[in-house]
Design a protein around this ligand. Structure first.
Ligand SMILES: [Zn+2]
Length: 181
């Protein structure tokens, strides 16, 4: 067999287009021809490299790219889910704790203003009680006078005392809000 024919047969063998007779003839030539044997080895390794490039590598890159995309999307999804859960937890916390806390703080704020209110109320009650005590004392005096000597002068005095007490009470009642503020 000529080396030229062997080269053509080697190309055909790579395509899987050799008959059994041609295969046997090529093998016989390769066994005795070192140059064609070396060529065949080179052709096989080149074919292996080509098939590895066209078949093995791209699928690996494709798979890696797909995995990267899936991971990125799942990361985005988990981030969105985490953000949503944080938002929900914040809403729950605000409804469960912050609103009652705010109510509590507003209560404590009003509590801090309670002593002033109490002092105002106590002052008003003390004022009213003192006025009432004065009126009762005057009534007692007038009643005793009426019982001992029931005259119109005593009645006039009682009315005068009542008028003075009423005027004093009115003055106290009118003055109290001004002095407290
Ligand atoms: Zn040869």
């Amino acid at each position: 067999m000529q080396c030229q024919t062997a080269s053509e047969l080697m190309s055909l063998r790579l395509d899987g287009a050799l008959s059994d007779d041609e295969e046997r003839a090529l093998d016989a030539h390769l066994a005795v021809c070192a140059a064609c044997s070396a060529d065949w080895a080179h052709m096989q390794s080149a074919c292996d490299a080509f098939s590895a490039l066209t078949l093995a590598e791209p699928p690996a890159q494709f798979a890696a790219r797909v995995m990267q995309r899936v991971q990125r999307r799942s990361r985005r999804l988990s981030l969105a889910r985490a953000g949503l859960s944080v938002l929900l937890v914040a809403l729950m916390l605000s409804t469960l704790f912050i609103a009652p806390l705010r109510a509590l703080f507003s209560i404590t704020e009003s509590v801090s203003s309670v002593p002033a209110l109490i002092s105002t109320l106590v002052g008003a009650i003390v004022g009213v009680a003192s006025v009432a005590g004065t009126v009762l004392g005057a009534l007692q005096v007038v009643l005793k006078a009426l019982i001992s000597s029931p005259t119109w002068l005593v009645l006039a005095g009682y009315l005068a005392i009542c008028a003075v007490v009423a005027v004093t009470w009115a003055r106290l009642a009118l003055r109290r809000p001004q002095t407290d503020r």
